[in-house]
Every structure is written in C-alpha cells, then in structure tokens.
Design a protein around this ligand. Sequence first.
Ligand SMILES: NC(=O)c1ccc[n+]([C@@H]2O[C@H](COP(=O)([O-])OP(=O)(O)OC[C@H]3O[C@@H](n4cnc5c(N)ncnc54)[C@H](O)[C@@H]3O)[C@@H](O)[C@H]2O)c1
Length: 326
Amino acid sequence: MPVTNTTVLITGGAGFIGSNLCEYFLERKYGVVCLDNFSTGFRHNIEHLFSNPDFQLIEGDVRDYAICQKALDGVDYVLHQAALGSVPRSIQDPITSNEVNVSGFLNMLHASKEAGVKRFVYAASSSTYGDSESLPKVEDTIGKPLSPYAITKYVNELYADVFSKTYGMETIGLRYFNVFGRKQNPNGAYAAVIPKFVMQLMQHESPVINGDGNYSRDFTYIDNVLQMNELALTTQNPKAINTVYNTAFGDRTTLNDLIHYLKEYLSEFDSEIKNVQVVHGPNRMGDIPHSLASIEKAKELLEYSPQFSITQGLKEAVKWYWEHLK
Ligand SMILES: NC(=O)c1ccc[n+]([C@@H]2O[C@H](COP(=O)([O-])OP(=O)(O)OC[C@H]3O[C@@H](n4cnc5c(N)ncnc54)[C@H](O)[C@@H]3O)[C@@H](O)[C@H]2O)c1
C-alpha cells in the first residue's frame, strides 16, 4: 500500500498510456496502484518504479472481480485504462475483446462503486463516433459503431452514465484520439501506426500505408492525454463531471504527411531514412476516412490546454524511439 495520502488505481498501468500515467502521478506525489495482467503491457514499462514506496503492482485480470476488489483497497481515484485495444484485434476475436472491455470494465466500475471511490475516470475512444461523417467530432453527435471494439467502448460510456445517474457515482470518460508517444509498443500485428512506421523506417523497411494516404487522424501526443487525465481527476467544476470528453490536440494530419514528418525527423539521426520508399496497400476494414476532434468542451469545462502539437510530439517520440529501440 502506497504511503502518501491520495491514492490512484491505474488499471492497465503496464501499458503505453497506463505506464505514462503511473510515472506522471508518482511525480505529483500520489500513491499509485497498478493493476495489469501483462497481456499487452510490459514489465519493462514500469520496473523502474518498483523501488518507489508509493508504487504498488498488483498482477491480475480485470475479469476477476475479487482482484478488482483487492486492487481498490485504500484507493481514492480510479483511472481505468485496462482493455484490449485495436479494431483489427476485435474483428479477429470479438468475444475476448468484449470480456475484457465490457465485463472487465463493469467489474471495475461496480467494485469502485462498492469501495466508495471518489471518481472513476476511464479510457473511452474516438471509435465511438463510428460512421458519423461530421467533422470536427463533437461529443454529443455519434454514429453507429464500425467494429466490435467500438461497441465495447461505447458500452463503457453507457454503463458509466447509468452508474452516475443510478448510484450517484462520479465518472468521466476520455475519448482518446490516436494517442502516440514514448513507450507505445511498435511490435506485433496490432501495433499502432506511428510506432510501427518509426520502427520500419529505422530499419530501412518500407512502411505500408492502407489506402492512398489521404486518410487523416487527430494524432495526439501522450503528454496532452496525461494533462486530460489529471484535469478529469481533479476538477471541482460540478458541470464537468458525469460526461465524456474528446481527448485530442484538435488538428488532423494525413498519413502521407505523417510519413513525411517521420522521415524528416528520423533523418536527423540517419540520413539514409529519407530515401526509404512507402508502399500503399488496400484500405482496412473498420477505418473511417477522417477523424478530427473538437476540443472546445474540454477547454471550457476542464480548462484543457494541450501543450504538444503533432509535430512537437513526433519530434519527442522519434527521439525516444531512436534512443531506446534503435
Ligand atoms: N492508444 C490509443 O490511441 C487509444 C485510443 C483510444 C482508446 N485507447 C484506450 O486507452 C487504453 C490504454 O490503451 P494503450 O494504448 O495504452 O494500450 P496498451 O495495450 O498498451 O495498454 C493496455 C493495458 O491493459 C492491460 N490489460 C489488458 N487486458 C487486461 C486485463 N484483462 N486485466 C488487466 N489488465 C489488462 C494490458 O496488459 C496493457 O498493459 C485502452 O483502454 C484503450 O482502449 C487507446
């Protein structure tokens, strides 16, 4: 049990976003409990924290209700990140995605209510916008889900809303938009596009763009996401709770431009990289052409002020990958 006064449980704390959250909240003198089953997260993301007396790791599965209860012992706040990410993974295996992302979520939500936590902040997703074509995406206007993953993330929002209304629980959902940055896993079939492209370029392999490269995304640097989590956890504005927020920078970048930036920034470390050619493949199932967040709601209610544009974030991320994984 961490020794400081305010303790936050970070589920999925060994993953990309979760491990950054663990570091961030420890630096701010919170006690941090990390619950993770290491299915897609890594011990190496958090092992430098093991010697910190304010950090506790509980290895376990959110599908196990007793583990959720155990992890909540002495906890004030929950940042629920544990889930199986990736649209293609959920198309491949919708049953397991549902078990982890829906049943696991409900376990954590219910156990948090029973434990009387002060607030439950959770990772929602821009995939909830589904087939809605409106741009920018505004929180109240969503379409139909385009993948099993999107369904699971939408169900999370529905449960959180009902728990707020039925049990008076404080919840906030953060709809993350294509987060990237240090410690995001570049390997495996379900790797996200930025770390995958960075690794391929560093190895002088041709990245494959699905489609013509004109699809665009609101790529969001991890530090903006950390800020949103802190604001969601600490806000005292009663109008700001029991709702969901786009968590993004609020600008969109095409895949072609993304490759251009990555080649430019990586070329500072290895000039050969600017000559690596890109290959185009077919469009991917479940992908929407464009995604762009309105961040007005977060600015107004949470006083969100993102500090990293995509290019600033990419420079940081590229440097990190070069120093750690080359
Ligand atoms: N990265 C993004 O761009 C993005 C976008 C939208 C939403 N999200 C959501 O953010 C959260 C974190 O995503 P990430 O990118 O850090 O992914 P990640 O795979 O790196 O992290 C997920 C973590 O959850 C853990 N986990 C998975 N199943 C578990 C289980 N049954 N019990 C306990 N732990 C379990 C994994 O081991 C891993 O450490 C997820 O909920 C994801 O759906 C991420």
